[in-house]
Design a protein around this ligand. Sequence first.
Ligand code: MG
Length: 400
Amino acid sequence: MSKSVISILGSTGSIGCNTLKVVKFLGNYRVAALAAGRNMELFARQVAEFQPEMVSCDDEYCAEELLQRLHSMNASIPKIELGEKGLVEVATMAEAETVVSATVGAVGFVPTLRALEAGKRVALANKETLVMAGDLMTKAARENNAEILPVDSEHNALHQCLRGESAQEVRRLILTASGGPFREKSKSEIENATREQALDHPTWNMGDKITIDSATLMNKGLEVIEAHCLFGFDADAIGVVVHPQSVVHSMVEFVDGSIIAQLGVTDMKHAIQYALTFPKRQKNCLPPLDFREISKLTFEEPDMDKFPCLALAYKALREGGTMPATLNAANEITVRAFLDGKIKLSDIPRFNARVMDNAEKVPASSLEAVLDADRSAREAAQTLLRSEQVSAAQNSLAQG
Ligand code: MG
């Protein structure tokens, strides 16, 4: 049997590493191309093991380090590409049937779009690309006979619950949220949370950006927008319920009141494998869900007052156009600022809201319009951050 051929954008991240584990377990896959950012130690080991023909990394310094490491391992040397051009080369490599899009943030946007235009199946973990320009992405998929298979666990669950169902018979989609590390904390505790507290996610082990997004519920907000883009339901037909055990990965409620849920262990390998092997299901490397270990499943309403980022995402979705791209870009900047110790956790929604308030609403009808909104929002967020730092410094001078 001939092997299925895949490329991975973001191979050294959490989804990328898990994809390689799935590929290794399944056995009948060949990795044709890999792209990573700057972690060349791990990347060199991946390249040596999976022997792709083409790889891409951030810049020539990374490429130099990669070459040295590969030489010292006596590994074969692939074609090496750089930067966004390299990501696009990896995303559109002719032989690859499936592209796993697992870079973090807006950097994956253009390469993912190009993969869809090239007619690939895209196993999509990078939700920001859909949030930025869901219409452009789904249009590219339709016009080029490409497919988007969601790797995000909630959307993967929804995809499974919707199999064989008619959209007219759906009342609403119900996304589950773990609630993050601050579910039971007060507003002031959230305001003063440290980086370490925010990075300590109770059920999922993920990268820094998405873990902070989970702590603010921005992640769930982005996922509401993502669900709209993938499945075509509007904001009123997409609900969120907090389910701290993360056993139910999401649910679909039908017009007759029936609810179909997808349950499973909390391991991204499950969703990754589903996206690779769909429409087939195959045995995976995970233990089955053990009901004896689940003492209870609980559900509660999300608190939009404690977690204003979720409300902001609904607002951006209802406003439409480039507003989701604006929110996404502002959020990338504010999360980075929080991780760098420059702002408090509660500043993230505050700055995001101000960037949205000041942004011009434009139809997201072209790549340029989306990239423009993205760029303007980043600049606006940076400007707000700088002006706040200047006034904070002036205050402390005045007090000192
Ligand atoms: Mg998710």
